[in-house]
Structure formats: structure tokens, C-alpha cells
Design a protein around this ligand. Sequence first.
Ligand code: URA
Length: 271
Amino acid sequence: MDHPLQAWRDTLGDLGVLGLVREAPAAPVPPAVPERRAQAQAAPIVTPVPPRQGPPAYVPPTAPGACPSAEVVAGCGSLETLQQAVSGCLACPLGGGRIKLVFGEGDPQARLLFVGEGPGRDEDLQGRPFVGKAGELLDKMIGALGLKREQTYITNVVMCRPPDNRVPAPEEARACLGYLRRKLELIQPAVIVTLGATPLRELLGVSEGITRVRGQWRRLQVGDREIPVMPTFHPAYVLRQYTQDVRRAVWEDLQAAKAWLDRPDGPTAGR
Ligand code: URA
């Protein structure tokens, strides 16, 4: 069995701070020579230490890995370099609680891209999006469209697990938004499907209830392109409300997204 502190060590390792943790100070060693002789041999103090005046000034984190600047993010020319750049991100409090950062996965040139809310427990453990129960359902839905999961790209609004699977706070979502937008610029999907209310609110600023807006095309400006966005229910909601109506609604939304993929010159998306 793993050492009980292994998970914590892994977390520190993931954050890249393992080597920065200070060892416990050694116990004071009693002087080997009489006090007076030791003083006589001590080197003279040449740099007097000024007395401390109040608490030290706040210094913003500059350590590599604290969080990449907007310029660095914009300069990432591939998903791999972006993933590397954000791997130690501590831009919001979620970073300090993660086991694994869940960047997203799939075809870097996917035409269909899903955006969920944020990693849950299984995702945090594995570092992969939608691998729990909700993910199983998402995989089935993708399969029912005649696609494989690997042909799509799957990511979330936030890349670190919110405690107790709560909805990410607006400032947490904002801290991750630049990364998500860069992913979209790099992948340039033909269609985005948002899962649940959170990605719709954080990515498009739509805060109406998902029940009202699901199934209605939206548009998202990404670089010089407008990408059609199909909002639908989150798979976790479908599992909780496993009714005929909810399942039919999601199926219609996904089929609409697929129809757009199959006919890129089809009806104009958005309103
Ligand atoms: N729910 C999400 O929104 N995303 C995941 O990755 C898993 C569950």
C-alpha cells in the first residue's frame, strides 16, 4: 500500500513544489568549544542587518508555473505547448487543491468540441475530462452520433476540480477563460456544444436558464471566426433527470450539431 502521505507528495509533485519544501531545521548543536573561545574566533560582522520595519512588502508570484502571462498563452502555437505552459498554474485557489490538472483531450483538429463545467473526482484523479458516470453517458451520446470520442475534443470551463464538485466561482472561471479561448483558437472547431449552464454563462455571457436556451444556436467569436454553439443539458443533469423529455431534448440538440457538421454550408447558425 502507498505511504499515507503519498497523495500529498503527488500533489506537491504535480505543482512542481516538491523540491521547494524546506526540510525541518536541524536540532541546535551544542557548542564544541567554550563560549569565549568561539566568540574570539568568530568572523567580524561586516554587513549590519537593518531592523525589520513591519511586515515584508507583498511580492506577486513570479516563479515559473505560478500562471503564464496572456502573452505567453497567446504565443503557444500548439495544444502541447499550451498544456505545458499551464501545467503549474496557480492563478486561482482551485489550483492548490487539485491532484491533476485536467487540460482536455481529443483530436487537436476536431470539428466537434464539447465544453463542460469542471473536473469531478474521477477526472481530478486521472487528469482526463469526463471519465466518470457523466463521461460514460457522454461517450454513449457521441457514439450514437456515429462518432468516436477521439474524433472530438472535450474540455471544461475550469481545469482544476472545484471542492465538493460545486459550480466554479466566476473568478475561478475567469482565471481559466484565457486558456479555454486559446484552446478554441488552436483547434478551430466547426461546432461547439456547451454542456449545462456554466460554459454558456462563462463563455458566451448567457445567464438565462439552460432549460430555456438549450437547443437554440448561438455564436462565439474566436479570432476572426464565428463558431456556432449549441447549448444542451449537462450529462450529469441527464443522469439525475433521466426522463424521456430530457433525453429527447439532448438527442435533438446533438443531432442538430451533427447536421451542421455534415452540411457546413447549411442554415446560418446563431441569432
Ligand atoms: N463534469 C464536467 O463538467 N466535466 C468533467 O470533466 C466531468 C464531469
